[in-house]
Design a protein around this ligand. Sequence first.
Ligand code: PEP
Ligand code: MN
Length: 338
Amino acid sequence: MIIVMRAGAPKKELKEVLQKIRKLGYKTHIIHGVERDVIGAVGDERGKARLQSLESLAGVEKVVPILKPFKLASLEIHPEPTVVTTGKITVGGPNFTVIAGPCSVESREQIFETAAAVKKAGASILRGGAYKPRTSPYSFQGLEEEGLRFLAEAGKEYGLPVVTEIVNPMDSELVYQYSDVIQVGARNVQNFALLKILGQIDKPILLKRGMMTTIEEFLMSAEYILSEGNSDVILCERGIRTFERATRNTLDLSAVPVIKSQSHLPVIVDPSHAVGHWQYVLPLSKAAAAVGADGLMIEVHTHPEDAFSDGLQSLKPEKFSELMREIRPFVRATGRKL
Ligand code: PEP
Ligand code: MN
């Protein structure tokens, strides 16, 4: 439910309303507006009628239900776009943010070399997996803590915040220690126990859409993180599974405007995992910018033919530089800055 306070209602009245809501067993999220405060009350749906009775309190103008199943992620509760900040970098709002790097951290040299290349081309966040959720248990599983350390060192050296994936909730402290943004991969998008842990930390979460999750389910996963108190969630469309076999997945670009019409959270696009082939990454990056995405996540490898994972979809540094140049007019067309 959304509790809309009267314009200019004194602080004392706001405090009383908040106390009442909490007493009813609901969590409160306050949005301080220019004219009035708005309170989001989230919790058990069955107690709606009791919340409605708050309309009789001094200071309350009206109590309106949030129609969507996701509450804190909805535009109804938060009409302004959320801007997520990490260091000097923002995701959402006026900027178009490009995250780039290898699928996996493979060695110190590899991640340093790639970091230098993507920085030079204009990327603003460095990616690299140290825990890899591979389809086969016999495939490379990641360098684990050593990989986290190499990534963090490369990020520091080149002034790039780093994002890396968490696979096992038991690694949360370690991943937290070495990363600026924590990624939840497609395979863990509905690992609710993991999402709840990440909701309690103070670093941004990059949440990837699952290959089988609807947009509504995706936003419900974001809601898990938000409802635990972490409001810094970046959504990432990375392709869904369809009958089409020519590409690894099917990039659902419609998810970008659909999510934007329902949620205030920033949305970026990962064309690399969507198409699975480096050749299609550039055209889909342009398209992602054109439909209003807030940024991109691109896999880049200095020697894709030798990559430990996802070599086929990885761009060589020259191709990535080309991409950074060629997306510019599309980014500008949607009023964003690169
Ligand atoms: C990745 O980013 O390397 C990755 C494994 O992506 P996804 O979870 O989207 O498959
Ligand atoms: Mn990958």
